[in-house]
Write a protein that binds this ligand. Structure first.
Ligand code: OGA
Ligand code: MN
Length: 288
């Protein structure tokens, strides 16, 4: 083994050392990283100062990158930017600015891009500037949520299809879109139960964008989605990452959920940059 893999909880997540991911990786080393990802779902790297080019190069080893659309300040690039700093001026953005309100929704448990017709495999988030306190990211395992079900419950959810909808999830925090923005979105359908191709282990793809179970009454649908999320986010199935500058995390978007936590956006600076890797595989697959 070229890399060292150290689990951060008994359930999921591992710290990876002995490798620089900000430099080209040979295939054998990447294969170890990929195997660790399939096993642990969340990989943490430290002391990896990143350029945009290096982040793209590392991320593309996992698969093709999604383009960022719509309302994110980095729209039109391969990056999603989570920051209280204006992308052009570097000045702190006022707390009541629409861009800050938009990012607040990251504080709800979610997986990235489940609202897209082709769901994401994973994301890579790199810490460029971190606040001295606050701004941790919490992660939870939806593989553990699945594993906690009885065999009967597993059978009951095996073939369920979930509708994911970005306008719905942003609406939960009161964020509204312009008609032009809305025209670019719409609900998509994905199978709830996901199977990791390498391990055969199953998980559920859930989070805030999951609006309903197709064909189920609303109350039963909500109860199931809430129950699965509650199972995933039991304390023993979660990991909280307090960032240091130059950390990078890879997280699974089909077997894990994550959420941002508060920091003082008026006193401190935070700039995190995300690349999002597509799975390339539509599941149910088309806009409804
Ligand atoms: C993201 C995200 C959380 C954070 O980049 O997708 O949810 O703590 N970030 O910034
Ligand atoms: Mn996210």
């Amino acid at each position: 083994m070229a890399i060292t893999v150290t689990p951060v909880t008994p359930v999921f997540g591992a710290r990876i050392s002995g490798v620089n991911i900000n430099a080209p990786l040979d295939d054998a080393v990447f294969a170890e990283i990929r195997a660790a990802f399939d096993e642990h779902l969340v990989l943490i790297f430290s002391d990896q100062p990143m350029t945009d080019e290096a982040q793209i190069e590392f991320s593309e080893r996992f698969g093709p990158l999604e383009g960022t659309r719509g309302v994110n300040p980095a729209a039109g690039t391969p990056f999603a930017r989570q920051s209280n700093l204006d992308i052009k001026t570097g000045e702190v953005i006022a707390g009541d600015d629409r861009r800050m309100f938009y990012q607040k929704a990251n504080m709800l448990w979610h997986a990235d891009s489940t609202f897209k017709a082709v769901p994401s495999l994973c994301s890579v988030l790199t810490a460029r500037i971190v606040p001295p306190e606050g701004g941790a990211t919490e992660l939870a395992s939806t593989r553990a949520a699945y594993a906690s079900l009885t065999e009967k419950e597993k059978a009951e959810i095996e073939d369920l299809v979930i509708e994911h909808d970005f306008a719905y999830s942003r609406g939960l925090v009161g964020f509204t879109f312009t008609p032009e923005e809305l025209a670019t979105m719409g609900p998509v359908r994905h199978r709830l139960v996901r199977t990791n191709a390498a391990s055969g282990l199953k998980s559920v793809m859930i989070g805030v964008h999951a609006k309903c179970v197709v064909g189920w009454p609303e109350d039963e649908s909500r109860a199931l989605l809430d129950d699965l999320l509650a199972r995933a986010t039991r304390p023993e199935n979660t990991y909280r990452h307090d960032w240091r500058a130059d950390d990078a995390i890879v997280w699974d978007n089909q077997a894990a959920v994550h959420r941002a936590t508060e920091f003082d956006t008026t006193a401190h600076h935070r700039f995190m940059q995300r690349t999002t890797i597509s799975s390339g595989i539509p599941t149910v697959g088309w806009r409804v």
